[in-house]
Design a protein. Structure first.
Length: 115
């Protein structure tokens, strides 16, 4: 199982980024996926979830209306579109999948929101 995040970077407040998580080593279309983030000195927190088909999504309250999770099962990629970014969104963003009770994480991608 491999999860590889990309798309992070430095963006000004109010800007946008789209993160990608490329998956391999498992039947991607059969599993729900999640995005998490971890700011420096803080615990890792859930950002958004998406069902295996992509029909069902959920967001933490502070991300609702600003972030959009989606997936392309043909490409085996899950996305996180982030709009109206704020400095408090600065964190390392990770994707996660749980297979047969085992949790797999990507290496993360750094998002920095600063002027």
């Amino acid at each position: 199982v491999q999860l590889v995040e990309s798309g992070g970077g430095l963006v000004q407040p109010g800007g946008s980024l789209r993160l990608s998580c490329a998956a391999s080593g498992f039947t991607f279309s059969s599993y729900g996926m999640r995005w998490y983030r971890q700011a420096q000195g803080k615990e890792r927190e859930l950002v958004a979830t998406i069902s295996s088909t992509g029909r069902t999504t959920n967001y933490e309250d502070s991300m609702k209306g600003r972030f959009t999770i989606s997936r392309d099962n043909a490409k085996k990629i899950v996305y996180l579109q982030m709009d109206s970014l704020m400095p408090e969104d600065t964190a390392v963003y990770y994707c996660r999948v749980v297979l047969y009770g085992h949790t797999y994480w990507g290496q993360g991608t750094q998002v920095t929101v600063s002027s």
